[in-house]
Design a protein around this ligand. Sequence first.
Ligand code: ZN
Length: 163
Amino acid sequence: MGEELKVKDGQVVSMEYTLKVDGEITDSSEGREPLEFVHGAGNIIPGLEREMTGMAVGESKDVLVAAADGYGEEDEKAFMDVPRDQFPEEIPMKVGTELQVQNQAGQPMYARIDMVGDKSVRLDFNHPLAGRDLHFSVKVVGLREATDEEKEHGHVHGPGHGH
Ligand code: ZN
């Protein structure tokens, strides 16, 4: 008889999940393929990875991940005021609008409009889930040992992953 597989480092975990923030579903694998990740490789947020250690196939769990163990606390320095006339006209000047801007090195960064003033607009560069507690419902639906290549790369290979 083989040993029952449990989630541990170096295994590829397939999981179904639902993420709720403030009681609202913000992300879910429902209607999609289960999410696959290499356990211990930092593919998913640390607080969730830790809580899933030791789970067996078929097992479900509710996991509350505090902001600090999820996407981090909100960074008060990650806000920037930008003059209104620097925005292209097609961008709606509304709180919550998500946009992509370039930093000084020319790399894309994501921001949300946090406040709209008469002359300037405040952009928030925090991750949308920073500072929020995350309530996951997860179910392990598959487990296998990662290949050496997957362990080396730190991510899952397979259909759609292509290398
Ligand atoms: Zn790879």
